[in-house]
Design a protein around this ligand. Structure first.
Ligand code: 5AD
Ligand code: SF4
Length: 444
């Protein structure tokens, strides 16, 4: 039993957890395969943020409930939330592990290898973060580094505090050592990850907070771009904006989830800030000499949300002018405070609000993207689309900018290896609500 298949659902934390799980498995002699049919061990790293995400894994498990001779395992947030109930619901599952128990993954695998059934790692009571000697990264230029795990907030709608446990920061030195190692390996872009990166504190020296860590990572030789996600407005300090101002290679983009534009709803959500508190942070960001791109998350149809509350959210979109908005219909999650609230909004009304909001944001993005036409932006080249003959680049603001390279004097076109991983200036010539296109501004 040495071939494994893993499918990942959910956020970047999950994607990166899977990279670490893959590293752990490979160290134990397992080989990754890319279809479940070829595997002896089939793993799903799951998400339970909304009901739909959670249903996906049960659908997968029911699709292959008759597969013989394979070990099935459920990892991540659904594993933590549903625990041993998964063994009842899907009796062919033999392994259930929540993310707080990944440091014990090797030991749990030994139990499976020895024929163990119903092996579970579900304790949330841990101080440990998941550190692996080997992490199997997929993208050759961009690497994730976890700086903090878990979440100590208690937003009324959210399962994360129950699925990922209490907040725990990684040691400052361990983060910087990983950044240096990655830069040495040729990774030029680093993304710092955590459910709430802003509340980072070095466990050895609590005076070392997120802003100085961000700056230290940015000053690591070889690092061309640093991003971070995700931020909580309450802990988002002005010192972070100052670090962006001082360090060209800290990407000029901030994802700052607002969830609602109504203070009344924010209070019901237990978000710990008002609309005005949030807007103050937006003002700091807009006052930066750098052109900082803003993105956010919004939930429509939280219990009790009135038409007037919803309109305040629409007005907030107009005021802030985000470049990207991830918007969701409120989904009831088990055991969260909001589950017990009255005044749940009918599904149809939630859908209507979502459509109105997305239409409004589409207009804002089209306007903002159109204003980019004529500007030259630096992209990291990460792909080629042979169908359209365009290279795929990503800007510092994390927008996809597809571009054509100028033909060479001898008529030849660059080979993929020549451009992949390079940073090139691209002039924007066209814009849609979700993408930009342009021409490379130099001969390559
Ligand atoms: N229903 C809908 N959206 C949710 N999110 C978190 N919990 C829920 C829920 N119960 C959204 C929030 C969060 C993003 C990752 O998912 O907007 O920022
Ligand atoms: Fe999904 Fe949240 Fe878990 Fe990420 S932390 S996988 S978004 S439930």
């Amino acid at each position: 039993m040495k071939r494994f298949y893993i499918e990942t659902f959910g956020c970047q934390m999950n994607v990166h957890d899977s990279e670490k799980v893959i590293g752990t498995l490979e160290q134990r002699g397992y080989v990754q395969v890319h279809t479940p049919e070829k595997a002896d061990l089939v793993l799903y790293n799951t998400c339970s943020i909304r009901d739909k995400a959670e249903q996906k894994v049960f659908q997968r498990l029911s699709e292959n409930r008759n597969a013989k001779g394979k070990v099935f395992g459920v990892l991540g947030c659904v594993a933590q939330q549903e625990g041993e109930r998964i063994f009842e619901r899907a009796p062919h599952v033999r392994l259930v592990v929540g993310s707080a128990s990944y440091p014990r993954l090797g030991e749990l695998l030994v139990q499976i290898e020895q024929g163990g059934d119903r092996v579970a790692g579900l304790s949330l009571d841990t101080e440990a973060t998941f550190e692996t000697p080997v992490t199997r990264r997929d993208n050759p230029y961009r690497a994730y580094i976890t700086i903090i795990e878990g979440c100590d907030k208690d937003c009324a709608y959210c399962v994360v505090p129950y699925t990922r446990g209490r907040e725990r920061s990684r040691r400052w030195e361990s983060v910087l050592e990983e950044a240096r190692t990655l830069a040495g390996m040729g990774y030029t872009e680093i993304q710092l990850l955590g459910q709430n990166v802003n509340s980072y504190r070095d466990p050895g020296d609590p005076s070392r907070t997120f802003a100085p860590l961000l700056e230290a990572v940015a000053q690591t030789p070889g690092v061309r771009r640093v991003r971070f996600t995700t931020s909580h407005p309450q802990d988002f300090g002005r010192d972070i904006v100052e670090v962006i101002d001082r360090n060209e290679n800290v990407c000029n983009m901030v994802h700052l989830p607002v969830q609602s534009g109504s203070t009344r709803v924010l209070e019901a959500m237990q978000r710990q800030y008002t609309r005005d508190d949030y807007m103050r942070r937006i003002e700091w960001l807009k006052a930066s000499p750098r052109d900082i791109s803003l993105s956010t998350d919004i939930i429509v149809g939280f219990p009790g949300e009135t038409e007037e509350d919803f309109e305040q959210t629409l007005r907030l979109l107009e005021e802030v002018e985000y470049d990207q908005v991830f918007s969701f219909k409120y989904s009831v999650r088990p055991n969260t405070p909001a589950e017990q609230m009255g005044n749940h909004i009918p599904e149809q009304e939630k859908s209507r609000r979502l459509a109105v909001l997305q239409e409004k944001q589409r207009g804002i993005q089209l306007r903002r993207n159109t204003a980019m036409i004529g500007r030259v932006l630096e992209v990291l080249v990460e792909g080629y689309n042979s169908g359209t003959g365009q290279w795929i680049g990503r800007t510092a603001q994390n927008r996809v900018l597809n571009f054509v390279a100028q033909p060479r004097v001898d008529g030849s076109v660059p080979a993929k290896e020549e451009l992949y991983g390079r940073y090139l200036p691209v002039r924007v010539t066209r814009a849609g609500p979700n993408s930009l296109a342009g021409d490379c501004a130099i001969a390559v």
